[in-house]
Design a protein around this ligand. Structure first.
Ligand SMILES: Cc1cc2nc3c(=O)[nH]c(=O)nc-3n(C[C@H](O)[C@H](O)[C@H](O)COP(=O)(O)OP(=O)(O)OC[C@H]3O[C@@H](n4cnc5c(N)ncnc54)[C@H](O)[C@@H]3O)c2cc1C
Length: 285
C-alpha cells in the first residue's frame, strides 16, 4: 500500500522545521516514520506536506541536564533503551523499553515521535507521567514546556499545536525511591492491552508519595488517583495493596476489542497495580 501524494520538505534545522510548519498549515513532522507512514498508507491521515527532520543535526542527543536527563527529538528508541544515563536516572523508562516494539522498529522510531503519536496503548506516555517528565515544544513564536500529565489529551491527540514541534523531552532526576513497570500484551513487543507504571516513595516505612499510571485502558495514559490515595499515609502491606488494586480497577473505564474485553482489562489493571506497587516498594528498600 502506498501513501497518498504529499509534498516533501527536508528541514536542515529546528528553526527551518518550525518555519515550514508555520508556512504549511496541513503539514506534519516526519521523524522515524514508524507510525506516520502506516497511518498514511491506511488513509487514516492525509497530510499535504511532510517535514522531514531526520537530517537536522544535533537533535538526537541524550545528555545530563542538572540531575535529570534531556533527550532530543531525534533520539531513536534503541538509543534511549540502551542509554546508561537513562538507566541510572530514569530506570522506569529502561524497564518499560523491554516491552516496547521490536528491534527494527526501535532502530528507526524516536521517543519524541512516539509521544507525539499518542497511541492510547503506548507504554511511554505512562512512564512520562509517572516520572513527571516535561515536553518542550517550539514554534516560530518561541518555546514552551508542557508537563507530561497535561500533554496527552486523547487518542492520537496531544497538547502540541499544529505549528509546534516537540524538540526535547526532560526527565527529572530520581524523585521517587521506587519504581516498577508491568504490562500485558498478546506478544512480546506488541502494543499493550494494559500497562501500569508506578513510582513510590517511603518515609519511615510509610508511603509518602505514589504515582500509579495506566495506559491501554482509556483514550490516553492517565494517573489512577484513587489508587494513589489508597497507598499514601501507611505501610505498603497486603491491606493497602488490596485497596490500591481495587481502587485502580474502579478508576478505569476500559473498552473491549478483539484483543481483550473490558472486564479482562479491568482485572489486568488490578493485577498490574498490585505487582508494580509491591515491586516499587521493595526497590525503595
Ligand atoms: C510493528 C510495530 C510495533 C510497534 N510496537 C509498539 C509498542 O509496543 N509500543 C509503542 O509505544 N509503540 C510501538 N510502535 C510505534 C513506534 O514506537 C513508533 O516509532 C512511534 O510510535 C513513532 O515514532 P516515529 O519516530 O516513527 O514517529 P513518526 O511515525 O515519524 O511520527 C508519528 C507522529 O508524531 C509526529 N511527530 C514525530 N516527531 C515529532 C516532533 N518532533 N514534533 C512534533 N510531531 C512529531 C508526526 O507528525 C506523526 O504525527 C510500533 C510500531 C510498529 C511498526
Amino acid at each position: 500500500m502506498k501513501p497518498p501524494r504529499f509534498r516533501y520538505l527536508r528541514a536542515g534545522s529546528v528553526d527551518g522545521a518550525v518555519q515550514a510548519l508555520a508556512d504549511n498549515p496541513d503539514a506534519r513532522i516526519l521523524a522515524g516514520g514508524q507510525s506516520l507512514i502506516a497511518m498514511m498508507n491506511l488513509r487514516l491521515v492525509r497530510p499535504a506536506c511532510l517535514i522531514d527532520i531526520n537530517r537536522v543535526p544535533d537533535l538526537g542527543y541524550i545528555r545530563e541536564e542538572g540531575d535529570g536527563v534531556a533527550i532530543g527529538a531525534l533520539a531513536r528508541h534503541n538509543e534511549v533503551k540502551h542509554s546508561e544515563l537513562v538507566r541510572a536516572r530514569c530506570p522506569l523508562l529502561t524497564e518499560a523499553y523491554e516491552s516496547i516494539a521490536h528491534h527494527t522498529v526501535r532502530n528507526r522510531g524516536t521517543l519524541g515521535g512516539n509521544l507525539c503519536h499518542a497511541d492510547p496503548s503506548s507504554e511511554t506516555p505512562a512512564v512520562m507521567i509517572a516520572v513527571g517528565a516535561t515536553l518542550v515544544l517550539q514554534s516560530v513564536g518561541g518555546t514552551r514546556a508542557v508537563g507530561a500529565e497535561d500533554f496527552f489529551l486523547g487518542t492520537y491527540e496531544t497538547a502540541a499545536r499544529q505549528d509546534e514541534m516537540l524538540v526535547e523531552i526532560r526527565l527529572p532526576g530520581r524523585g521517587a525511591d521506587g519504581w516498577a513497570f508491568a504490562e500485558i500484551s498478546n506478544r512480546h513487543g506488541d502494543f499493550a492491552i494494559a500497562v501500569i507504571a508506578t513510582t513510590l516513595s517511603l518515609e519511615n516505612g510509610r508511603c509518602a508519595a505514589a504515582r500509579v499510571v495506566a495506559s491501554g485502558v482509556g483514550e490516553h495514559a492517565a494517573r489512577l488517583v484513587p489508587a494513589e490515595q489508597a497507598l499514601v499515609g501507611g505501610p505498603v502491606d497486603e491491606t493497602r495493596l488490596d485497596a490500591a488494586a481495587a481502587a485502580a480497577a474502579g478508576a478505569v473505564d476500559p473498552h473491549s476489542d478483539s484483543h481483550a474485553d473490558a472486564a479482562y482489562r479491568r482485572d489486568a489493571v488490578a493485577a498490574l497495580t498490585r505487582r508494580t506497587v509491591r515491586r516499587a516498594a521493595e526497590r525503595c528498600g
